[in-house]
Design a protein around this ligand. Sequence first.
Ligand SMILES: *[C@@H]1O[C@H](CO)[C@@H](O)[C@H](O)[C@H]1NC(C)=O
Ligand SMILES: *[C@@H]1O[C@H](CO)[C@@H](O)[C@H](O)[C@H]1NC(C)=O
Ligand SMILES: *[C@@H]1O[C@H](CO)[C@@H](O)[C@H](O)[C@H]1NC(C)=O
Length: 355
Amino acid sequence: MREFLLFLLAVSAASSRSHVNWCELGCDCHGDLRFAICSRAFFTQLPARIPSTTEFLDLSVNRIAIIPEQSFNKNRKLRVLFLQNNNISVVEDGAFLHLEFLQKLDLSRNQISALGKGFSVGLTFLRELQLAHNSLSTLDSTSFMHLDSLQRLNLSGNNIRTIQLRSFASMSSLRHLHLEGNRLTSLNSGIFSMLRSLEVLNLAGNHINETQVGVFKPLTSMTLLNLAHNRLTGIYFKTFLSIHTYSTHILLEGNPWNCDCDLQRVFRKLRSIQRLFLDDYSNLTCGNPAILRNYRLTQVDTELCIAETVTVLIITVTVVITVLAAMLMGERKRKKKKKRKHWTQQGELSDESDY
Ligand SMILES: *[C@@H]1O[C@H](CO)[C@@H](O)[C@H](O)[C@H]1NC(C)=O
Ligand SMILES: *[C@@H]1O[C@H](CO)[C@@H](O)[C@H](O)[C@H]1NC(C)=O
Ligand SMILES: *[C@@H]1O[C@H](CO)[C@@H](O)[C@H](O)[C@H]1NC(C)=O
């Protein structure tokens, strides 16, 4: 009966374009109820009667605060769900249960500070998840457990400090991971371990000062690694050597590099690796020592090892001089001895001639 009614409504919706009977005040419904655009409708909660035929639902720019469990269990045909720019602070476990066709979910610009372990239940076929500009501080190992098909994850502009091991463990299809503008300080090996399809890893604008040697090793499809505007003072050659890809572009500008001979050596070696491209190398600047602050690494890099070269030179010269001196002394002694011998021999001769 209900389906039949909806069918009738659908027919009427097709004939009268804009506000149809069922369409909640503030919504604009099109295309046989497949599109419901309810943006800027001053909703403080989810509308009660979203038709089951809706595939595209735009609820952006409202004041919705809570997404209760099973909110969309009558909307199983949803493909795109926009909830950005609301006031959402609570997403209950199982909120998106049964959304087997959902491909894109936008929850960006809300107040979400935590995701429960049931957050991703029912989102097995989701391709794109936008969670930028929320208040997440930790990525829990269970929150994203069911996102097997996810290709794009945008977590930029949160307060993420901690990424638990296995947070991304379900995401073997993920291609783009955006973590820029968070508060990460270190990257521990293992956090990216299942991301073998990942092409773009954006970590710009964090507080990263340490990267464990094996952290990028599992990322065998990575084409772009953005580490710009962090707090890196140095890097281990092995961290980047372990990136086994066909070709990877790496961005490193805006870090306070400690410009010394070690750094110069690491970069010289890195730049000689054919598959790695340090695109912004010419923009890297020194943070330390104070005398070199804000100088470009390319301006000073030929001089960074000079002090060391000079030391080596001094040592070499000293050694050479010592050796030479020793040899000369030896030679002199030998000559003296010879002379003395000569004289004594002559003396003996003259003694003889005295007779
Ligand atoms: C946002 O939600 C909080 C409760 O989570 C509420 O106190 C506040 O008034 C809401 N703000 C707006 C603008 O609706
Ligand atoms: C991530 O989300 C922010 C905020 O919505 C947006 O400005 C940015 O373009 C998004 N990035 C990607 C790659 O989707
Ligand atoms: C270097 O910095 C300049 C100025 O900030 C910018 O325009 C340019 O794109 C940067 N170059 C690279 C290779 O990133």
